[in-house]
Design a protein around this ligand. Structure first.
Ligand SMILES: [Zn+2]
Ligand SMILES: [Zn+2]
Ligand SMILES: [Zn+2]
Length: 145
């Protein structure tokens, strides 16, 4: 018997028009606890509590949630696989990523609206957003150098 889901994840699913399932709620909650998690990380954090959960199912759920706009897929240059986080509307935040250990932190956009950077030449395309990743070295890695 699973414990009742806190209303938040359930409400997010309903608001997005998705059927509420135990597995979807669990994936959303795992992402709330571990932002910027890969499908593997989500899977390993849930496999003990959700018996019968398989990695392809996690990929499928992440795809559904991303498609519905309640999860954001983040591709970072130094991450081995795509990372996921719960998305609150379109907040246009950016990421700081340690190039040594891969630690990822959110940073608010300096201008607060997308696109926050404009190219010198747009080649006739309408710019939607600038995907900004600050590549950095965290203080732990700096210390261990
Ligand atoms: Zn680091
Ligand atoms: Zn983020
Ligand atoms: Zn920005």
């Amino acid at each position: 018997m699973t414990t009742a889901a806190p209303p938040e994840a359930t409400e997010r699913l309903r608001a997005a028009g998705l059927r509420v399932t135990v597995q979807r709620v669990a994936v959303l909650e795992a992402l709330a606890v571990h932002p910027h998690a890969s499908a593997d990380t989500v899977f390993s954090s849930l496999r003990e509590t959700l018996s019968g959960l398989a990695l392809p199912t996690v990929h499928g759920i992440l795809g559904d949630l991303t498609g519905a706009g309640i999860v954001r897929r983040v591709s970072l240059p130094d991450a081995g696989s795509a990372l996921y986080e719960v998305q609150d509307e379109f907040d246009n935040h950016h990421h700081l990523q340690c190039v040594e250990c891969g630690r990822v932190e959110d940073v608010a956009c300096a201008t607060g609206e997308a696109p926050c950077l404009h190219p010198s030449h747009d080649h006739g395309m309408r710019i939607i957003e600038a995907s900004v990743t600050y590549r950095a070295i965290c203080s732990d890695c700096e210390r261990n150098k």
